[in-house]
Design a protein around this ligand. Sequence first.
Ligand SMILES: [Zn+2]
Length: 195
Amino acid sequence: MPATPPGDAAVTDDFGLAGVPDAFQRLWTPHRLAYIKEGQDQVTSEQTCPFCRAPHRSDEESLIVHRGTHAFVLLNLFPYNAGHLLVCPYRHVPDYTDIDEAETAEIAALTQTAMRVLRKVSNPSGFNLGMNQGVTGGAGIAAHLHQHVVPRWGGDGNFLPIIAQTKAITQTLGDVRAQVAAAWPSAAGPAGSDA
Ligand SMILES: [Zn+2]
């Protein structure tokens, strides 16, 4: 890889439009700012936190694909791509340094399983994995830690989000949830380490 600093060539995508062609390309979407602002204002306690409330509803209602011992996995209601998953601890803690050893291990194992499942059901050519820490770090729900698992396909960062503020998602969330949940058990580690 050439060690050139980011310049004009590095901030345009395949179509020559403005973009940030690094691991966080799809995690920076200005048109989501309204949602982010609204979401932060609404999450003032565990009672109003969507990640605390989700496990108390059905898998279908909450788009949950797997429930582990210390953490669970659900589809992002506002996906960057079809199959965009979130791995969350059950505990309402904001920071990666807040989770204990067992939570850390299970979130890691669930992230690996999520990648295996997505490879099985939708054959992505890449992934973005990451945790946005704090409002400044871009977290939509900063009060409750969540790890993004975003499947990527060549050409998915196209011009639609820029010119139309629209992301083409070709499957309904319910369909994707059912597919991912069905594929989960066979993709989990042989030791069942993610419970
Ligand atoms: Zn919470």
